[in-house]
Design a protein around this ligand. Sequence first.
Ligand code: 4FL
Length: 249
Amino acid sequence: MKIKVITLFPAMVETVLEESLLGKARAKGILSIDVVNLRDFTEGRHQVADDYPYGGGAGMVLKPEPIFRTVESLKKELPDARVIYLSPQGERFDHEMAQSLAADTRPQIFLCGRYEGIDERARVALVDREISIGDYVLNGGELAALVVIEAAARFVPGVLGDDRSADQDSFSDGLLDYPHFTRPPDFEGMKVPEVLLSGNHENIRVWRRKEALRATWLKRPELLTRMEQEGRLSAEDMRFLREISGTDA
Ligand code: 4FL
């Protein structure tokens, strides 16, 4: 993935991207992520990026000129780049969107708003896609951009360790994850399920599938409704679900 992040708080974004798997993937050149300071595209001695909203009301709005200048300057180098604006008004981000962003070969420019948002003219003229990570308001789009970048980067080959792949994760098969255990086998009387110690791979597969179905049925039943509609539940899954819900229907 080739990514640019436009923000008034570059250190906040850079600090996170330096760490952990994302930092390593950047160092290896698997991910190219540059953080661009919107302040660098403001004018005048005071480098003002925001202004009062027309019509009055609380808060400030990011001025259009610095945003136009920043995006136009990035697009000069990357003419096929897509501009993604993080905002509560956007399409809801999920596993599928993370996967499709990771598969997109075009450069992606993440625009982080602050305060009450950006001038509408910048949004209309420059933004290709508006994404929300959930129904709540943040102080700015930075944390949302980081969430989207991290979740998408997991689908880029080489970002996770060699023996790991994002298609083993929760949600990749449409279900929540099954429970995980490590040593010791008995911690203060709380035991690891016997089947996981058995070495019987078929029994372990069946246990994990049942537990994933059980967790989903208990915590996120609407996901199962969707899976059934999409024909993603096998006859075995349906049998497990009848066991779990205690019905013979
Ligand atoms: C962005 C909230 C994406 C949820 C304030 C500025 C936001 C957000 N998803 N809140 N941007």
